[in-house]
Design a protein around this ligand. Structure first.
Ligand SMILES: Nc1ncnc2c1ncn2[C@@H]1O[C@H](COP(=O)(O)OP(=O)(O)OP(=O)(O)O)[C@@H](O)[C@H]1O
Length: 230
């Protein structure tokens, strides 16, 4: 089942000096439970694609549909709401709130959704256990390793039960062994919750986990490989 559809999507950045066509006529369907890895050289359009998928930026041409709803038909507030409910985000530098504990960082998106206290407690405890961090719940981000911080960020992305998690270079700030564990964790969560992942990465080791491997070059998207999981 398609959760996101990109149709003839283009993005042009215009300034007084020049126009950059960052994405050129992209077509892509993301199905429920997909595990998509996106490669591409610096400046090829990867972050632009993630920003459009997340509704952070708007396409110049073409359409993005999430659950058959066209993003362009929504107001800014409705787009924010959709992002909050359907999309989880994971970043290279974790982006945790430094004055909140691991537990409170994961709780935060549920507060925005006005989820009740008992439900928040249940959901945060459960997801922290799944990412292997129950014992570190009361630590501040500064008291955690890079890999542990990324686990907190993954728990925060998943605690709202999103349909899709968008990850921008999630292993970029981790050593290879820790990075590999983080991708394996994402894959396990992908299978357990049937939530789709789109992972943008320069780390080639991630490619072997891809169910769909995508490459962007000069704003043009190519599907390089599609694997069925055993
Ligand atoms: N806000 C902007 N204004 C003008 N041009 C932009 C803007 N953001 C990106 N670009 C240009 O669009 C193209 C695609 O950029 P994008 O950031 O999507 O690439 P990327 O593949 O994510 O690169 P990297 O791997 O270095 O992060 C580049 O040529 C970039 O210079």
């Amino acid at each position: 089942m398609a959760i996101i559809k990109l149709e003839n999507l283009s993005k042009t950045y215009s300034s007084q000096v020049e126009e950059v066509q960052a994405l050129k006529n992209i077509n892509l369907t993301i199905d429920k439970g997909d595990f998509i890895v996106v490669n591409g050289p610096s400046g090829s359009g990867k972050s632009t694609l993630l920003n459009l998928l997340a509704g952070i930026d708007e396409a110049s041409l073409g359409d993005i549909q999430i659950n058959n709803i066209s993003l362009s038909s929504l107001s800014d507030r409705e787009r924010t709401e959709l992002r909050r409910n359907k999309i989880g985000l994971v970043f290279q530098y974790f982006e945790l709130i430094p004055v909140l504990t691991a537990w409170e960082n994961v709780e935060y998106p549920l507060l925005l959704q006005k989820v009740s206290k008992s439900e928040r407690r249940r959901k945060v405890d459960r997801i922290l256990e799944q990412v292997g961090l129950s014992k570190m719940a009361q630590r501040l981000p500064s008291q955690l390793s890079g890999g542990q911080k990324q686990r907190v960020a993954i728990a925060r992305a998943l605690v709202t039960d999103p349909e899709i998690v968008l990850a921008d270079e999630p292993t970029g700030n981790l050593d290879t062994k820790t990075g590999e564990k983080i991708i394996e964790l994402m894959l396990n969560l992908n299978r357990e919750y049937n939530v789709a992942f789109v992972i943008v990465t320069h780390d080639l080791f991630v490619n072997k986990y891809a169910q769909k491997l995508i490459e962007i070059q000069d704003g043009i998207l190519k599907i390089k490989e599609v694997n069925e999981y055993a």
